[in-house]
Design a binder for this molecule. Structure first.
Ligand code: ASP
Ligand code: MG
Length: 422
């Protein structure tokens, strides 16, 4: 049987981290491994900044680009004392291709340009990691994920073409020829071969796609936390690790912003009953969290915050009800702009919805709605979702908050809130 491992940006953020990845892999000397790796450290954010400058024709990105280059070359130099190692030429080629791209004029599609530029973060990181593993005799084969993961051309949120992806993945990965394969998370390509990305933090999803296509025995996401916690340790001190979790709870939490797992990860695993482990790369032999179907409920209430939210209140200008036709019109616009709803609620004459504040989409959304509706909105809000809530947790997360909207069901409560200003 084979396993899929996913290493995120933090696990390959410098030369020591890359060496640590090798140590984790050494703990599995017999297993067939498909390894999915993200861009190093904060590279994706840095590439996004270059993209924005390029797309908006400010073209003041050369400093940024040099920083990204230097960051990777420094890591490579630390890992490969010999400058003649072929990986240096490979990296040069990728950067050169990016530079040539950036000299050309941008097309009118932000999302398309995004995918062409941002995808290189993963290419570079996997080139470095696979060269390093081979250099210390952990033999592995590098695969360009764009040759196996086939998607629609919905750039920045590409949809997987499962059949083709499965066939291509099965034919590219043959564990009898190579025990370890390394590929990129987050990226794929259209059938015509144009690069696409699967959405921010999409490498977890890539790992699940590979596991699904190859019928693997399990997937492990290696993180800098001991497993799935009941709250983000960045925000709260006394978090609790959840040992076992259902696919269902994991999806609910991930969908509303728990950053441990990308929300799309669970479905393919659930469909083939493939367990998902979340473990610490700093403490790889400890238990972590296992996510499967044979688990009910959560031992403690779990909560997640999503910041940078906008809450809209939409009412028909002609004083009609919020009925099927008005809802259809609103959802039509949301679908066209690919805006996802985090919470919604309606009354007779108004429809409220909370979405991420995407500065490129929200103004267009308001414009489109305003033809038929009166649109009011508040921004800079937070959304908190508590799964398996209790009163104590509600009180804990709403201290000094003004609640603008609340949605409650048996297992979930969601509140859109802002800080009370004194
Ligand atoms: N590098 C991409 C990102 O930062 C994908 C990932 O990390 O999963 O969003
Ligand atoms: Mg990441």
């Amino acid at each position: 049987m084979s396993k899929i491992f996913k290493f995120g940006g933090a696990s390959v953020k410098n030369a020591d981290a890359v060496r640590n990845v090798a140590e984790v892999i050494k703990l599995y000397p017999e297993e067939n491994l498909g390894i999915v790796i993200s861009a190093m450290g904060k590279t994706t954010n840095a590439l996004e900044e270059i993209l924005i400058s390029y797309f908006d024709q400010k073209n003041d990105f050369s400093g940024k680009l040099n920083q990204i280059k230097k960051y990777h070359l420094d890591i490579a130099e630390e890992l490969f004392p010999d400058r003649l190692t072929p990986v240096f030429t490979e990296l040069e080629n990728v950067f050169e291709e990016l530079e040539i791209k950036l000299q050309k004029k941008s097309s009118a599609s932000y999302d398309y340009e995004y995918d062409q530029i941002v995808c290189i973060g993963e290419i570079i990181s996997t080139l470095i990691v696979s060269a390093y593993l081979n250099s210390i005799s952990i033999n592995c084969t590098w695969i360009d994920a764009r040759s196996i993961i086939k998607t629609s051309n919905r750039y920045r949120d590409a949809q997987i073409i499962w059949e083709t992806t499965s066939v291509l993945t099965k034919s590219a990965v043959d564990f009898s020829k190579s025990r370890i394969y390394i590929t990129q998370g987050f990226i794929g390509s259209t059938v015509e071969g144009i690069s696409t990305t699967l959405g921010r933090e999409g490498s977890d999803f890539s790992a699940a796609i590979l596991a699904f296509s190859l019928d693997c025995s399990d997937v492990t996401i290696w993180k800098d936390v001991p497993g799935v916690l009941n709250a983000d340790p960045k925000w709260f001190d006394d978090t609790v690790k959840i040992d076992r979790m259902s696919y269902y709870d994991a999806t609910e939490l991930a969908y509303y912003g728990a950053s441990v797992i990308h929300p799309k990860t669970i479905k393919p695993l659930h469909n083939k009953h493939i367990p998902l482990y979340v473990k610490s790369f700093l403490n790889p032999e400890s238990e972590g969290t296992i996510i499967t179907s044979d688990t009910q409920g959560l031992p403690v209430p779990s909560f997640i915050f999503k910041i940078n939210q906008v809450l809209f209140t939409i009412s028909p200008k002609d004083f009609s009800f919020i009925g099927e036709e008005n809802l259809r019109d609103i959802f039509q616009i949301l679908a066209e702009l690919n805006i996802k709803i985090n919470v919604m609620q309606n009354t007779a004459m108004s429809f409220s919805l909370c979405v991420n504040d995407d500065e490129r989409k929200i103004p267009v959304f308001i414009n489109r709605l305003s033809e038929k509706f009166t649109v009011k909105y508040n921004n800079s809000l937070e959304l908190v979702t508590i799964r398996h809530y209790d009163q104590k947790t509600i009180e804990r997360v709403t201290v000094n908050k003004d609640i603008l909207l609340e949605e409650k069901s048996r297992h979930n409560i969601q509140m859109v809130m802002r800080n009370i200003v004194r």
